[in-house]
Each structure stands twice: as structure tokens, then as C-alpha cells.
Design a protein around this ligand. Structure first.
Ligand SMILES: [Zn+2]
Length: 404
């Protein structure tokens, strides 16, 4: 789960993050998913698909009939592909998906902006006969890393939990919606509309070759989309603004014996770091109940080459995030950074500081779209409770405003 949601909102596609698995387990060692979460997700996705595409079918009977263990087995098959990104090449696991679609009689097409990062779009039903419901999932996983008790790619099942990289994020989600598609085909359920699915290769590295490519090029344009990212089956319809700053100070590279009057890039960066800390304090009073406050932290500093040489360069990386409800845009935040740097320049006239940035403004969907209503109706019917919010701008469900 990361920050590619803006592709869907920019493409004007009503879309919700809504999937099995706990978000806090997504990138840690011993990532796991409870098997009952896979069972529940499969039944809930089936209910939503039938509600939208086959309203005359007895949904309770279908939920009782669908083989939810097939979704567990498919999750296991998928986790056994170590589809780590970076490095990124997804051709092996995509070949598996292709053969899976063929085995289940589901037509698909392949689209690739670059060869090693193919996307698959599969669909059943008739787009002329009704709306298109889209399910999206990414095949890539973050590198397993150290500290595992279990083999990250064995998909061991212990005490009702499956362990492995990608169990939560997000192979269980993919397996759940694919199992729904296989069921609809196997039972020959006539659809008044289309069920469409995309498997994308590069969510963990920005999504430009996956969702960004498919939506941006107009290859997919569904009426609504469910992005099966881990959210404990809570809905997320917003994404905070993201601003990454690379700040550079320059100095004079001289031997310390000649350092009188020399500009020291590392010492000047210390002023800049203090400036960021002061700026952060300006936002301390703002905190959204479920989306949190303004994050601004200096996380990497590199500078200096030798004990007796004055450093001529120091580079710092700053991570900054904030919700739309803060009222701030990327432009506003850059203006504040500029003002902070100007104050430092006034106090430290020899400082030479500059920065580059990568920024995306916050995105949100309105909370009253059809897909939100369909999800809520299915959650109520299947679980007895409406879907809670994981992230929304509106506090529709205050009991869930736990803050993250
Ligand atoms: Zn993810």
C-alpha cells in the first residue's frame, strides 16, 4: 500500500481502497494474513459484484457456495513468487496470472509500457449491458528484508495465519477477487455489465507503469473501482499530500588549517535542519482525527569527506506529508520552506542553500459515491455492520477516527 491513489482520482474514476489484511503488517518482517480475512474478503467481493452486475441472483446462497479455500490456495501460489520491487521484473508472476486466466476461461489483454513491467487487464460480462466494476491489484512486493521467523516465500500456514511477503500487500486481495471472477464464470452467471480486473506491476515504486499507465492512457475507464489493498476491509477514499525535499548546502573545500572564513556546508545544514524543526512546530496545533497532522522530518543527511577537510557539500532528505483538511497545498508548503530559508539567509549571509522537490497534492473522493454505497450495503448484509472508514476527509464514523 502506498501512494498511487492519485492516478485513479485524476482519471475521474470513483475508487475505494478496500481489501483484506492489516495495513500495519504490510511492510514488516513476518507479514501474515488471517485466513478468515481471505474468506471474508472473497464473500464480500462476491456480494458487491452480484449486487452491481447480477441483482437477481440469490447472494446469500452464492456466498455460501463459493469456494473460499480456493482463494487461500491462490494466495499461497502467488506468495511463492518472490516478485520483489525493487528490482521489479514482474514477468514471471504475470506469466502465472496469464495461465490462471486461461485455465479459468477469462479473457485478458497484456499492456506494457516497458517490457519487464507488463500489466494485465481481464474481463467478463458485457460492457454494453450495464456498468463496469473494476478490481485492481499489484503483483509486486517490497523486498522481504531481514528478521523473519518464517521463510518469506514459503507461505507457511500456522494457527490460521499465512506468513509471507505479500500475504497482506496484496496477494490475498488479488486472490479474493480472482476467485470471485472464476466463480461467476464457472456458474455461468449472466452479468448485466462487466467485471474487469487489472494486475499492475509497479505499485511499490510509484505506479507510473501500472495504474498510472492504464488509467492515464485510457486503457481502463470503469464506472467504479475497488483497489484491493490491505485495509482490514475498511474504506479509504483519500490520500495525504506528499512532498519530498532534497536540500543542498554548498561550502568551500579547504584544509581546516585554512578554514578561517571558509563556508562549512555541514554546519550550514545544521541551521537548515533547525529551520525545518521550527517549521514543524508551526503546524503542531493541527491534527485531523483520522488523517493525522503535518509530518515533516529530516531523515537523511550526507556531508563531509574527511576529519581535516571543510565540507563543500551537504545533502539532506526531508519527508513531508499532510492531509487535504490542513488547507495546505504543495505550493503553500514550498512557500513556507522558502520563507524559512530566507530567514536563515538573513541570519547567515554566507549560506548557499538550494533544494529540489517531488510533490503531489492531497487527493480525495466524495464520500457519497455509488461504489461507497454498494460496499456499505454488502458489508451490512455480510457482516451486520456498515464498512468503517480507514481514511476519509469526513468524520462520518467518529468511532473509527483512531488517527494514524
Ligand atoms: Zn500495496
Amino acid at each position: 500500500m502506498s501512494d498511487v491513489y492519485h492516478f485513479w482520482t485524476k482519471g475521474q474514476i470513483p475508487s475505494v481502497y478496500f481489501g483484506p489484511g492489516k495495513i500495519e503488517l504490510a511492510h514488516v518482517s513476518d507479514e501474515y494474513i488471517d485466513l478468515h480475512e481471505i474468506h471474508d474478503a472473497t464473500r464480500i467481493y462476491l456480494d458487491i459484484a452480484l449486487r452491481i452486475l447480477a441483482p437477481d441472483v440469490d447472494r446469500a446462497a452464492a456466498r455460501a457456495e463459493i469456494d473460499v479455500e480456493a482463494a487461500v490456495r491462490l494466495t499461497r501460489d502467488l506468495v511463492r513468487f518472490p516478485s520483489e520491487n525493487p528490482p521489479g521484473d514482474q514477468r514471471e508472476i504475470m506469466a502465472f496470472f496469464k495461465s490462471w486466466f486461461e485455465r479459468h476461461g477469462i479473457p485478458y489483454a497484456e499492456y506494457a509500457k516497458v517490457e519487464h513491467l507488463p500489466c494485465l487487464v481481464a474481463e467478463i460480462g458485457d460492457p454494453e449491458a450495464g456498468p463496469t466494476l473494476h478490481f485492481n491489484g499489484h503483483s509486486d512486493v517490497v523486498p522481504a528484508g531481514d528478521g523473519w521467523t518464517y521463510d518469506p516465500y514459503a507461505a507457511d500456514i500456522v494457527d490460521g495465519k499465512m506468513y509471507g511477503r505479500g500475504t497482506c500487500d496484496m496477494k490475498a486481495g488479488i486472490a479474493s477477487f480472482l476467485t470471485v471472477a472464476a466463480y461467476l464464470v464457472e456458474k455461468k452467471i449472466p452479468l448485466r455489465g462487466r467485471l474487469q480486473m487489472s494486475i499492475v506491476p509497479d505499485e511499490e515504486t510509484g505506479g507510473d507503469f501500472g495504474s498510472g499507465f492504464l488509467v492515464g492512457e485510457g486503457i481502463i475507464k470503469p464506472d467504479f473501482a475497488i483497489i484491493a489493498e490491505p485495509s482490514s476491509m475498511r474504506m479509504s477514499i483519500t490520500e495525504n499530500a506528499l512532498l519530498w525535499l532534497t536540500v543542498r548546502t554548498e561550502g568551500d573545500r579547504v584544509h581546516t588549517i585554512n578554514s578561517v572564513g571558509a563556508v562549512n556546508a555541514v554546519e550550514d545544514m545544521a541551521d537548515v535542519i533547525q529551520g525545518f524543526k521550527a517549521l514543524r512546530r508551526e503546524f503542531a496545533g493541527f491534527r485531523h482525527p483520522s488523517l493525522g497532522g503535518v509530518v515533516m522530518t529530516v531523515n537523511v543527511v550526507n556531508g563531509g569527506i574527511k576529519t581535516n577537510i571543510v565540507p563543500d557539500e551537504c545533502v539532506a532528505h526531508v519527508d513531508c506529508r499532510f492531509p487535504a483538511a490542513s488547507g495546505l497545498t504543495i505550493a503553500d508548503m514550498l512557500a513556507k520552506v522558502d520563507a524559512m530559508l530566507d530567514r536563515i539567509r538573513a541570519e547567515n549571509p554566507t549560506i548557499r542553500v538550494s533544494y529540489t522537490y517531488h510533490g503531489k497534492d492531497a487527493f480525495r473522493q466524495p464520500p457519497d459515491t455509488d461504489i461507497v454505497r454498494f460496499i456499505n450495503e454488502s458489508m451490512l448484509e455480510v457482516t451486520g455492520k456498515p464498512a468503517a472508514w480507514l481514511r476519509t476527509d469526513l468524520e462520518l464514523d467518529r468511532s473509527d477516527a483512531k488517527g494514524r
